[in-house]
Design a protein around this ligand. Structure first.
Ligand code: ADP
Length: 539
């Protein structure tokens, strides 16, 4: 029997229209060095229509890739809305990628057009000669464009157009946007989102069981718009009428504190490194309006969550996801009914609770399905309407298991759907046949009052095959001794996890999106770049 329901396609055009018609007086604030500019959704929407008209006049065809090489700002949001709505494909380019990888992803995606922020011209110019498919470069903002050859001005293009673009009818399964993984574990791979996947992800993010954005919120979007769609927040904030605060810079430390104090967000999202950086400041920060800080992309240490609660009265909520999962797949609000007498913190340190709409399972190395008992450790696999089923132009069946995406993340799933990530498969430490969780070990070391940051990698060992090496960044003016750190850990981790190899560094290498870069650390260790201090093996 057929339903009586209308069959409306789920299109980004209609997310755009909704925000335009219903939330026209919500605002988008772009924070720049030394100032900010602001526009209402209604004003942004008019410019979105003009952008689509300008791109059409330039010859953008359905399915054409339009790259963006931009900060978080109003213009980038305009491209997020205009490019997919007109039937083209938005390709967000990571402005921190090394030149060879940047050229690789632009050529691989076959971008025909690129919109670049003027301040980023030198980075794009460095690869201009290697770009095989790019015909037109559009520069947003003022700057010397000569290094790029012939370019067009974003503002002049818009000035020549009228509002009222006629958005086309599209198939909801058509490509809307694409993003390459940041390549923590190999060369970047392309994920292509559809209108439908973006639409459903947007609804999931609006649900009160996840970010639950409303018109009364102001969200500070620190996670870059070039990385996993800024966790989908530009679309969900637009749909909900949430004011957006977009930093046109890598916002950290004092500048981040100043943005909190000036713009009073209710929500903010960014990787844990960003939040950890605030703890090093003495500046007073006004968190009184903040109802939730979302952290994800890497494990959030308990010490960080506690420090935010105790010092700032601010709640950090953890989320889990990947470029491949749009990215929101789990969100860490504690449950109403806590099992076995656990407190809220027990749940907050987990990666998150599975979001309605996706399915997650844990699979053992031999392929057996493991129980959701919070104890059985295996690789997470995931499926659902906003999870990729393949990589662009790549047959990589190794990552896909009978319709499920193999995430490369290892951990446990409990009976209430909370995921605990102990490692990535590439980072796992197998010592004497047993797994040591580098993530848990790092978090335990970072709880020490003298430690600012700590990252753990696996190093070869003749007896145990692998053992952990801990790289520690001490807090300024502190110099914790390995023996003291081991003593501290004795209460916190199993005895056989206690590391006997330590190195003290000024910073942990980070990926282009601010995660610990263990690939670089392993290479540094192999090159003998780390001065390793040893403590005796625990008896
Ligand atoms: P890349 O794979 O290049 O790092 P992604 O941004 O797609 O790019 O990263 C997704 C990965 O980030 C996940 O597979 C997981 O390893 C890690 N991650 C994301 N959120 C969390 C979290 N809350 N806890 C631990 N790891 C996380």
């Amino acid at each position: 029997m057929k339903s009586t329901m209308q069959d409306a396609p789920l299109l980004i055009r209609d997310i755009l229209r909704h925000g335009q018609q219903v939330h026209g007086d919500s605002s988008v604030v772009t924070v720049e060095a030394g100032g900010h500019r602001s526009a209402t959704f209604a004003e942004v929407a008019t410019r979105v229509e003009k952008l689509a008209a300008a791109l059409t006049r330039l010859g953008v065809q359905p399915g054409d890739r339009v790259g963006t090489f931009c900060w978080n700002n109003q213009g980038h949001l305009e491209a997020y809305l205009a490019v997919p709505s007109m039937g083209a494909v938005l390709h967000t380019l990571n402005i921190r990628l090394p030149a060879d990888q940047l050229a690789y992803v632009i050529n691989h995606a076959e971008d025909r057009f690129i919109i670049v922020d003027a301040s980023l011209i030198p980075l794009l110019a460095a690869v201009r000669d290697e770009l095989k498919t790019v015909e037109t470069i559009i520069v947003a903002g003022e700057g010397d464009t000569s290094a790029l050859g012939e370019t067009l001005s974003y503002e002049r293009l818009l000035a020549a157009e009228e509002p009222g673009f006629e958005w086309p009818d599209l198939d909801e399964r058509d490509a809307a946007a694409m993003c390459y993984t940041s390549g923590t574990t190999g060369s970047p791979k392309g994920v292509v989102y559809s209108h439908r996947s973006t639409w459903l992800h947007t609804l999931a993010e609006q649900a009160a069981s996840s970010l639950g954005m409303t018109e009364t919120d102001r969200i500070l979007i620190i996670v870059p718009m070039f990385h996993a769609n800024a966790w989908g927040t530009p679309y969900s904030a637009w749909m909900a009428g949430t004011d957006m605060i977009m930093p046109q810079m890598f916002l950290m430390g004092e500048q981040l504190a100043a943005v909190f104090n000036e713009f009073h967000p209710t929500l903010a999202c960014g990787v844990p490194t960003i939040w950890n950086g605030l703890l090093a400041l003495d500046t007073p920060i006004d968190f009184s309006t903040v109802r939730g800080i979302t952290a994800g992309g890497a494990a959030v240490p308990q010490s960080l969550i506690e420090a935010f609660e105790n010092r700032f009265g601010a709640t950090i909520i953890q989320g889990w996801g990947m470029t491949e999962t749009s990215p929101l797949a789990a969100f860490g609000l504690p449950p109403a009914r806590k099992h076995d007498g656990h407190d809220d913190m027990y749940y907050k340190v987990k990666a998150g609770r599975i979001v309605g709409g996706v399915e997650v399972r844990v699979v053992a190395e031999d392929g057996t399905l493991l129980p959701n008992d919070g104890r059985s450790v295996g690789e997470f696999e995931i499926r659902g309407p906003w999870i990729t089923a393949s990589y662009y132009k790549e047959e990589d069946p190794g990552k896909f298991d009978d319709g499920w995406l193999r995430t490369g993340d290892v951990g446990t799933l409990d009976a209430q759907g909370y995921m605990t990530i102990s490692d990535r498969t590439k980072d796992v430490i197998k010592s004497g046949g047993e797994w040591i969780s580098s993530v848990e070990l790092e978090n335990a070391v970072m709880a020490h009052p003298d430690v600012f940051e700590a990252a753990v990698i696996s190093v070869p060992d003749p007896k145990w095959s692998e053992r952990p090496l801990v790289a520690v960044v001490p807090k300024p003016g502190r110099s914790p001794a390995p023996a003291d750190l081991v003593e501290f850990l004795k209460e916190r981790v199993p005895r056989w996890w206690l590391p006997e190899q330590w190195t003290f560094v000024t910073e942990v290498p980070k990926t282009s999106v601010g995660k610990f870069d263990k690939k670089v650390m392993r290479a540094a260790f192999a090159e003998g770049d780390y001065e390793v201090q040893s403590t005796p093996l625990p008896k």
